[in-house]
Design a protein around this ligand. Structure first.
Ligand code: KPL
Length: 298
């Protein structure tokens, strides 16, 4: 089968990392940029250890007429719907859309807006951060899991991804991986954002460790009721491992709050609370954190 041509919507650190990985492995990847971008090619720089890889990637905008068959979406969660709507006229009817974004609920929203899209979800622990526009540092190797609910075996295009991206696996139960990440993010992200601390402090400071434990209980009970009993059971040890493994990190939500950017809280804690409401579970700690973060943003 001929390689698919990927279009990448969202040229942040993760979008650049995967666009470069696809390009480097011989697949074609095009950046979808905002209207007003006049360049036909843009440089993309990835630093890794003491190496620096620079590539020129083709660019399109919504004003072009190039059709899109495979779309990787790596925008902020709150931008996904509008960004996809902006290029909907370029999408093939049965376009493959791979969502590699934080939070949950977006696949359902896109499916409701465009029922014919073939939507996949992914989650990655690759560590990358921006040094400038389309200039990133690939700081930590991680694992990338991709899947689609109800699809046990990968579609043909996945071969490209396993060739291009180290430690990229097809996950026949992707909902588990997404919920496991959601549960961890519901604890670490809002707590670090509210207390203005690095991830490691959540394990080191007794007052914060207590809050982690209480929040773990609440998130676990929602996970359990939603059918993710294993995630619930392992949550305290999973969270402790992520806190220890990312001790020096400033969580993405802390960075957003510090830079006075919009946060992704509605797609993380907000999504969890929607599920809790549907299941009739009270979640006062999560609700208080949601309100606190929303309050700070205004
Ligand atoms: O995913 C993260 C984030 O910051 O969004 C964690 C795992 C908390 C690492 O910082």
């Amino acid at each position: 089968m001929q390689d698919a041509h990927w279009h990448v919507l969202g040229a942040g650190a993760i979008g650049c990392l995967f666009a470069q990985a696809l390009h480097r492995s011989g697949s074609s990847a095009t950046l979808v940029m905002r209207p007003g971008t006049h360049q036909r090619f843009l440089p993309l720089i990835v630093e890794r250890g003491d190496q620096r890889c620079e590539a020129q990637l083709p660019v399109i905008t919504a004003g072009d007429d190039e059709l899109i068959s495979h779309l990787l979406v790596t925008t902020k969660a709150y931008d996904v719907r509008a960004a996809v709507a902006g290029i909907a006229h370029l999408l093939n009817d049965d376009c493959v859309v791979l969502l590699l974004v934080n939070g949950m609920g977006l696949a359902e929203q896109l499916a409701a807006d465009w029922p014919r899209l073939d939507i996949y979800c992914g989650t990655t622990t690759e560590g990358a951060y921006a040094l400038g526009a389309r200039h990133i540092r690939h700081a930590g190797r991680g694992q990338t899991r991709i899947g689609k609910t109800g699809l046990a075996t990968p579609p043909p295009w996945f071969a490209q991804w396993s060739r291009a991206v180290d430690h990229c696996v097809w996950d026949g139960h992707i909902a588990n991986a997404l919920w496991a990440k959601l549960a961890v993010n519901c604890i670490i992200n809002p707590l670090t954002a509210v207390h203005g601390c690095r991830n490691g402090e959540l394990g080191q400071r007794r007052d914060l460790a207590e809050q982690v434990a209480l929040l773990c209980d609440e998130v676990s009970s929602i996970c359990r009721a939603a059918g993710f009993g294993d995630i619930a059971q392992q949550l305290p040890s999973t969270v402790a491992a992520v806190i220890a493994g990312t001790a020096d990190n400033r969580s993405s939500m802390l960075q957003d709050v510090e830079c006075e950017r919009r946060t992704e809280i509605e797609y993380i804690t907000g999504y969890l609370l929607e599920v809790a409401d549907q299941l009739g579970i009270a979640a006062p700690r999560n609700r208080a954190l949601l309100e606190e973060i929303q309050h700070r943003a205004h």
